[in-house]
Design a protein around this ligand. Structure first.
Ligand code: UDP
Ligand code: MG
Length: 140
């Protein structure tokens, strides 16, 4: 059975471009409830820890540099079938391949600076949400 929570970040490019409001509006309009939200900035070390799963990929160092280059907004979202439905809402990793009307199609600048993160499984949604929020904050 699919879970009802996912984790997202509005990435530095989208925060810098002033798109926090546009993106959260799209998220809410799509039926997701924002149940935890934090504006913060990652150190390079913290970005490295968050993206440990990609440590062996060629883009890892650049990604950690980029993700620590400016503030981000971390959120836990609630909705039925949250992980899959949110991946549909954000679109493909590379905005050039993202479907019309998706968040990345509208707001991403490049395959790296692609506006938003979205968890890829229920298990990772739990791990990633816990990276930013305590159990108390998640369910307050
Ligand atoms: N990324 C990148 N170059 C690539 C693939 C990914 O810079 O060739 C970055 C991009 O910011 C992406 C993140 O690394 O969102 C994580 O990659 P993943 O394959 O997990 O894509 P996502 O799940 O975010 O669509
Ligand atoms: Mg991913």
């Amino acid at each position: 059975m699919s879970g009802n929570k996912t984790f997202t970040m509005i990435k530095p490019d989208a925060v810098e471009a002033g798109n926090i409001g546009n993106i959260t509006a799209m998220i809410e309009k799509a039926g997701f409830k924002i149940i935890a939200m934090k504006y913060t900035k990652l150190s390079k070390e913290a970005a490295g820890k968050f993206y440990t799963v990609h440590a062996q990929r060629p883009f890892y160092q650049d990604l950690c540099q980029y993700m620590s280059s400016g503030p981000i907004v971390a959120m836990i979202l609630e909705k039925g079938n949250a992980v899959a439905d949110f991946r549909t809402l954000i679109g493909a990793t590379n905005p050039a391949d993202a479907a019309e009307g998706t968040i990345r199609k509208l707001y991403a600048k490049s395959i790296e600076a692609n506006a938003v993160h979205g968890s890829d499984s229920d298990e990772n949604a739990q791990i990633e949400g816990s990276f930013f929020f305590s159990a108390f904050e998640q369910f307050a």
